[in-house]
Design a protein around this ligand. Sequence first.
Ligand code: HEC
Length: 145
Amino acid sequence: MFNLSRTALLAAAALLLVACNPNNGPAELTEKRIAAVAERIAPHGQVAMEGDAMTAPPAAAGGVARSGEEIYNSNCVACHSSGAMGAPKFGDAAAWAARVDAKGLETIYANAINGIGMMPAKGTCMSCSDDDIKATTDYMVENSQ
Ligand code: HEC
């Protein structure tokens, strides 16, 4: 993990510093020096991984349930609001009905998850689960009738 390796590296560097310095001061001074260095090079932001204990939950990180509407607005709207590259347009009942009638919803879900033609896998929402993509597809289909 990022923080772990950074800490390990820092500890190794500190050890090296102590070992190589012939004019070692009292242990307390060395500790202070190490603490100062640690503070100086500490990352400004911390990366929280799923499962880490956190004081406040992030707004909408991966793993946190998001609605189809939210995912649509952040990941799909760019292509599906304009119909870019032949994407079925949000709200275009005929375009969506044609697809649903021809293939069935299950196939459409699978195509949204795996990608089809110019449609990238998961619409590039790599933090989305398969269920997230299904919910987002439902959101688009239900609002295009
Ligand atoms: C880079 C543009 C782009 C983005 C971003 C994008 N799509 Fe698409 N999408 C397309 C295009 C183009 C098609 C039509 C592909 C085809 O039929 O060849 C399509 C088709 C689809 C279909 C119909 C699949 C089928 O089998 O008919 C679904 C469902 C879909 N997109 C869902 C999504 C979802 C959900 C997102 C966001 C998470 C998303 N798309 C983001 C371009 C995009």
